[in-house]
Design a protein around this ligand. Sequence first.
Ligand code: FAD
Length: 400
Amino acid sequence: MKEFDIAVVGAGLAGSLAALALAEAGRRVALVAPPAHAGDGRTTALMDQSIAFLKRLGIWEAVAPHAAPLEAMRILDGTSRLLRAPAVTFRAREVGLDAFGYNIPNAPFIALLEERIAARPEIERVTAGVTALTFHPDHIELTPADGERLTTRFVIGADGRRSLVREAAGIGVKSWSYPQTALVLNFSHERPHGNASCEFHTESGPFTQVPLPGDRSSLVWVLPPPQADVMRRKTADEIARAIEDRMQSMLGKVALAGDVQSFPLSGMTAERFGRGRVALIGEAGHAFPPIGAQGLNLSLRDIIALEDLLRGGGAYETLGDRFDRRRRADVRSRTASVDLLNRSLLSDFLPVQFLRAAGLHLLGALGPLRGLAMREGIEPGGALKAFREEIRQRLDRRSA
Ligand SMILES: Cc1cc2nc3c(=O)[nH]c(=O)nc-3n(C[C@H](O)[C@H](O)[C@H](O)COP(=O)(O)OP(=O)(O)OC[C@H]3O[C@@H](n4cnc5c(N)ncnc54)[C@H](O)[C@@H]3O)c2cc1C
């Protein structure tokens, strides 16, 4: 039976990047998962801290030609409510950065990671799903669907929302759903986007255009499921027209590029993010709606925390518990912020609308608060906690 220091289960973006980072840290790694899904039409906006991580891994140069910089972010109130928030534009230059981050298409990103993984002698790529984990006092045995069993001193569960690793480690989840579906697509447009993203907050959820290289953008359009179904059944030209209308022709005429994919929105948090010889990263540990480009950025901070704990030494048998303690605050606060922003958009309750509008107004008007909010988005630290608490209390009082 082959022996490894660490087995990473799951080869999505989180698992693939974790395997590369741990190989870089000198560990002998098994990456066990079926071949990556090639048809992922999504794009991922990664913020400055995540880009620094990719640079450190030596993969940014190869990713960069596929990516577009996010130099400005606009938030516009697309609701027809009484209290509408003013438009707010954040510019990276205001916080001394060339770009807040970059928007990267998932398909070439994952293909590039597979290539890099294949070239690393420290990583054994086992292209099969794991069917069972057997826990022993000093190691864990993994059974792949087809192939030889292997033993490892530590397992990283990067196997997505329905994580087998999480279940095998006896870790429960708290999950919830939203009455929303995200339509995801890419489109070309007549006018240049100026490396700016545009997020319209609407009653059904956000409509977010994010730049891609050239005169192209990606779109995440959150709608109630029946409306999403109707939209998906329309012709490409009809969908393009609906996008142009929603954006008030800001980018001129629009044409779809590729398929429309849909993702029902839900949230999930594991009760713990690690235990003993197991850690959960990425969507195996936490998942929430695609608002404010948080999901993979949070997952990369999981990996950075693991790297740091491994650098600090200590036994593998307690690494999962130490990882859990290290990640709790960040994961919980990100999940709460995204959930609250989404719920505040959905809420018809006037005081909540007022707070959201007033919050955006303050962000638009006050220099120091804008800086704080932008820093919070790029590198989190709880700066917006008070505002978040206020909205939460009002929503809770409303539903009590
Ligand atoms: C519409 C949308 C837009 C998004 N936009 C952004 C964004 O702009 N910025 C951002 O930071 N995040 C964004 N996210 C979130 C981000 O895409 C996810 O956080 C990220 O893709 C999750 O990656 P993952 O590797 O954790 O999970 P997955 O991509 O789900 O990967 C899990 C992997 O585990 C494998 N697997 C499952 N079971 C087993 C098993 N038993 N054995 C072995 N392997 C197994 C699967 O085959 C898969 O390869 C977005 C999400 C959505 C839905």
